[in-house]
Design a protein around this ligand. Structure first.
Ligand SMILES: *[C@@H]1O[C@H](CO)[C@@H](O)[C@H](O)[C@H]1NC(C)=O
Ligand SMILES: *[C@@H]1O[C@H](CO)[C@@H](O)[C@H](O)[C@H]1NC(C)=O
Length: 435
């Protein structure tokens, strides 16, 4: 069978056989990837054996037949409904490029379709356009194309692998909007643009603009997108003292003069809280002549410590935004330590005086009760209780007395309680006032 075909082919080649030249199938594959070679056949040949062969299709040139679905790096599949059989050649090397034949085995001369396999490297491109932008910005990637492709299908993908670009397209001309991406085909300008909004640093990297071609591999142009970190932040450290006012200075870029200014609190500017909205203690003063604004806290508190952002652009576009690390000084407690000691001393005195007074009142009461007891004949129990209190008070009183008498020992020997307390009160008060 093969020798007969070979003979026919040789004749054909010699005669510049037109039959095989008709409808040559052009296939392009990427080096290192796989390629599908699809050949259709006429009705009636569904059950016939099909094959793919190389070069002159000699016996040794047959690569795979439908009687074996897989052989070496070839796979074959016959779709009898569509009457198309497809041979997949994987692990493509440059040596795989060249002429192939799709064949249908039949009695007499087999049916041949010529296939030309072209291989291109799976990378792109020699020239790369660089686009620079910043976090949070929107940027357009421009993809020029030849005028002949005005009506072709367009797409864009990440990376620089043409072979997988369509599969992994971020957006295509059939689906022009997808989350942060939008594709506009400006046919008159022979370019399509892909706008990416709300850029983040992870958008940085290579992109391929693809234009699909029907009879050849797609054409690509490469773009390198560089999303820079939101820059130019001036970082400052400020320390405030609790209970005191504090003013933060916030210079801003002159182009933001007419924008609303704000102070935002939070570790990250993306999630910070606008303080003006929640704090009535803040006063914001804008000085457009010096391109800066100030924020004054009437009284700073310990929990005011943290990271602040002086904002002059609600979009947080690039500019000289200021980041302030505010710490609230705990040192004020040292400052107050001395007054605190004094305060304690005063308290001790007040307590002493109070207790002196208290004693007088109790003594008075006791005396009155004694009088009442005498007058009204109260029960023994009450009198006993009173006596107990009285006795306890006596102990306390003597302690207090000595405390009071540190300043003046007059009246120490007073045997009369009522008289004594009166004089004691005077002493305590006097001592207190004297100090
Ligand atoms: C080849 O065809 C198969 C089956 O249709 C498909 O899964 C595969 O993605 C195709 N490969 C290429 C490189 O087009
Ligand atoms: C931009 O991205 C950030 C973080 O991914 C998100 O919080 C914000 O809502 C986005 N803004 C817009 C306008 O899409």
């Amino acid at each position: 069978m093969w020798s007969f075909q070979k003979l026919l082919l040789t004749i054909c080649i010699a005669l510049r056989c037109v039959t095989s030249a008709v409808g040559v199938i052009h296939v392009t594959g990427y080096v290192g990837r796989e390629v599908n070679v699809s050949c259709s056949y006429d009705e009636g040949y569904e059950s016939y054996e099909k094959y793919l062969c190389k070069n002159n299709c000699g016996d040794s040139d047959v690569l795979i037949t439908t009687s074996e679905s897989r052989k070496n790096k070839y796979r074959i599949h016959d779709d009898k409904t569509a009457r198309i059989f497809t041979t997949t050649i994987s692990d493509l090397h440059s040596t795989d490029a060249g002429k192939y034949w799709c064949g249908v085995t039949r009695n007499g001369k087999d049916i041949y379709t010529e296939v030309k396999l072209k291989l291109v490297p799976d990378r792109c491109c020699d020239t790369v356009t660089t686009v620079q932008s910043y976090e949070g910005y929107s940027e357009s990637i421009s993809c020029p194309y030849d005028s002949q492709y005005q009506n072709n299908f367009k797409y864009i993908c990440r990376g620089n692998r043409p072979s997988t670009c369509l599969q992994q397209a971020l957006i295509t001309s059939n689906n022009r909007e997808n989350r942060r991406f939008r594709l506009d085909d400006e046919k008159m300008l022979r370019k399509f643009t892909v706008a990416i909004s709300n850029l983040t640093q992870s958008d940085s990297g290579s992109y391929l603009c693809g234009v699909q071609r029907n009879s050849d591999h797609d054409v690509f142009s490469a773009v390198e997108l560089e999303v820079k970190e939101w820059c130019c932040v001036k970082s400052t450290k400020v320390t405030g003292t609790a209970g005191h006012p504090l003013t933060l200075q916030c210079p801003y870029p002159s182009q933001n003069q007419n924008n609303r200014k704000f102070l935002c609190k939070g570790d990250h500017r993306n999630s910070c809280r606008d303080m003006a909205m929640i704090e009535s203690r803040l006063t914001l003063r804008d000085d457009i002549y010096s391109n800066s604004f100030s924020v004054t806290f009437t009284k700073i508190q310990a929990d005011d410590a943290g990271t602040y952002w002086c904002g002059s652009d609600s979009q947080w576009r690039v500019g000289n935004h200021v980041k302030i690390q505010l710490s609230v000084d705990a040192g004020q407690y040292v400052v107050y330590a001395v007054p605190a000691v004094l305060l304690l001393l005063i308290c001790a005195l007040v307590v002493t005086v109070y207790q002196c007074k208290h004693q007088k009142v109790k003594d008075g009461k006791a005396a009155m009760n004694r009088n009442a007891e005498n007058e009204e004949g109260l029960e023994e129990v009450t009198a006993g209780a009173e006596n107990n209190i009285y006795g306890n008070e006596e102990v306390v009183r003597y302690k207090q007395q000595s405390a009071c008498n540190n300043y003046d020992d007059a009246g120490e020997d007073e045997p009369d309680y009522e008289n004594f307390t009166t004089s004691e009160e005077v002493y305590c008060n006097e001592n207190f006032h004297r100090r």
